[in-house]
Design a protein around this ligand. Structure first.
Ligand SMILES: Cc1cc2nc3c(=O)[nH]c(=O)nc-3n(C[C@H](O)[C@H](O)[C@H](O)COP(=O)(O)OP(=O)(O)OC[C@H]3O[C@@H](n4cnc5c(N)ncnc54)[C@H](O)[C@@H]3O)c2cc1C
Length: 499
């Protein structure tokens, strides 16, 4: 057989898995329906302006951190320049406006300074977070076999279990009843697409540390360079990456064992194993050829909750965004302290009240835009249901209207923004569904609710021997770092299976 593993999808998870396996001497074939690698996290050019399709910034890519170390070890990092960001973002609330630096101490100081009466409670919140990180790191660093680690978690790392059973809000309200402080501690919720009231404390805490304690990173020239370098290295390792090629069917042998993948361009390709980095719904209830297994999955997955979708405006500007007042590369704008209300507003298409963020990548890398110009990416959470039934004309009109609302909201902080727009593109939940190949345009896979996060999350093993999952839909979850972990773990499962 020519291939050890076929990997469906050249997103972060698929590429990580392929890179790890190919570096270990396995013969891998990556199938990607788009003409470029990166999946959701790719980029595009319009009239000389380069835009990130999705990404704001990425964690765990700083010097000495896990994703960066992997890229160094696999020989991918050499041609890339990583820009480390000292600040996470400017964060705006009705009565607070602050810059969250990428530093635990400065965040702690800011909260204590703004809520002096809550000093002890703030210390308690951070102590609880740090106690979890201790257990999480010990679990992560442990060399015990995975099954043994999991069995011992309750005794050796009980805080992992504790945080897997709670929401983010439940952890914070134990220590403070101040609604504003509660909201500000959980400002990063938008990166996980669920408000603190519903968000798993486990995933929240992982993302909280990743974004608030350490510098995040931008890759000079755009994140696409990183994905291209990964795809090139997979080829250098003797494996293959086929773009513009769609996996149409996953073939089993009738005894629940993986056999082959049928593609639109290259026909049926056999391999010893496969990893799907595509949406878990399309993999397990669509691509699989075994009707009985598909039916089992249909029943199980009908109860699954997908993550939220998003609406984005990409603006090419006549001047740098900094000249209009964009003092930091990223800004979160909250119209209230009630994140639940803000989330509900996004779900029902109330674009005046959902959380928005604005990102200026050209502030980090001016060569992304023509000389002397600028750009801005405006992001808000959205709902597929707000878009799916519109006629072509209604869809077009709504896109323009929503873009105008969001631009106006940002213009309050960047006066003159409208007059300086040279290029504009928009992406709706329909775009996320179409280009991201994601059910209902879900941007972070399955929602990170308590029943769908941490140890409860969809397993990477499937009911089909030799078929594994990787990516945002499965463990541990969405985000480039999460998908790196998932791709890396999938490679481990494949290696074990191939033995
Ligand atoms: C708007 C937005 C903003 C975001 N911001 C951030 C951020 O700032 N930082 C961060 O870390 N993360 C962010 N994320 C999340 C992050 O982009 C994703 O979690 C991550 O990129 C998902 O990677 P993945 O490998 O799971 O899948 P994907 O990127 O979805 O890749 C799956 C790939 O599989 C391919 N595919 C699917 N079906 C088939 C098939 N049948 N045959 C062949 N190929 C197929 C698709 O074309 C795609 O390329 C954001 C996401 C969105 C949408």
């Amino acid at each position: 057989m020519k291939y050890d593993t076929i990997i469906i999808g050249a997103g972060m998870a698929g590429l990580t898995c392929a890179l790890k396996l190919s570096a270990a001497g396995k013969k891998v074939l990556v199938l990607e329906k788009q003409p470029v690698p990166g999946g959701f996290a790719t980029g595009f050019k319009r009239k000389g302006f380069f835009f990130e399709s999705a990404l704001h910034c990425v964690d765990a890519l700083g010097k000495g951190q896990k994703v960066r170390d992997f890229l160094v070890e696999t020989g991918v990092a050499g041609g890339l320049e990583f820009i480390e960001l000292r600040d996470l973002a400017r964060i705006i609330y009705p009565q607070h406006d602050f810059v969250a630096e990428a530093s635990r101490e400065s965040l702690l100081d800011y909260f204590k300074h703004s809520f002096p009466q809550e000093k002890n409670n703030i210390d308690r919140i951070f102590a609880e977070f740090d106690a979890f990180y201790k257990h999480f790191d010990r679990f992560d660093d442990s060399r015990l076999p995975e099954w043994l680690k999991l069995c011992l978690t309750l005794f050796l790392y009980p805080r992992i279990i504790k945080m897997s059973c709670l929401t983010c809000e439940q952890v914070i309200v134990k220590h403070t009843h101040d609604k504003k402080l509660q909201a500000m501690v959980s400002s990063i919720w938008g990166f996980m697409g669920l408000p603190p009231q519903r968000l798993s404390a486990f995933y929240f805490l992982i993302i909280f540390r990743a974004y608030h304690y350490y510098p995040n990173v931008y890759v000079r020239g755009g994140f696409s360079r990183m994905f291209e370098a990964m795809a090139n290295k997979i080829r250098e390792n003797g494996s293959e990456v086929m773009f513009n090629t769609v996996a149409k069917e996953i073939v089993t042998d009738g005894r629940r064992c993986f056999k082959a993948v049928v593609t639109d361009k290259a026909g049926r390709i056999e391999a010893r194993s496969a990893v799907s980095g595509a949406d878990c719904f399309s993999t397990l209830t669509g691509l699989l050829d075994d009707e009985a297994v598909k039916e089992d999955y249909r029943k199980k997955m009908s109860a699954f909750e997908k993550s939220v979708s998003a609406f984005q405006v990409y603006l090419g500007l006549k001047v740098p965004a900094k000249a209009l007042g964009m003092g930091r590369f990223m800004c979160f704008i909250n119209s209230s302290y009630d994140h639940s209300a803000s989330f509900e507003a996004s779900l029902r298409g109330d674009y005046l009240n959902g959380i928005i963020s604005a990102v200026d990548h050209a502030q980090l890398d001016p060569e992304l835009v023509p000389f002397g110009k600028g750009e801005l990416l405006i992001f808000t959470l959205d709902n597929y249901a707000n878009w799916k039934s519109l006629s072509e004309q209604e869809y077009k009109d709504k896109k323009a209207q929503v873009a105008r609302i969001l631009i106006k909201r940002v213009e309050k902080y960047l006066p003159g923004l409208t007059d300086n727009i040279e290029v504009m593109e928009t992406a709706t939940p329909m775009t996320m569904a179409r280009y991201g190949s994601s059910s209902e345009g879900a941007i972070y896979g399955l929602a990170q609710t308590v029943p769908q996060a941490s140890i409860n999350r969809l397993s990477q093993k499937t009911k089909i021997k030799g078929l594994f999952l990787a990516g945002a839909w499965t463990r541990p979850g969405g985000g480039v770092h999460g998908c790196f972990v998932s791709g890396s773990d999938a490679a481990g499962l494949v290696s074990k299976y191939l033995k």
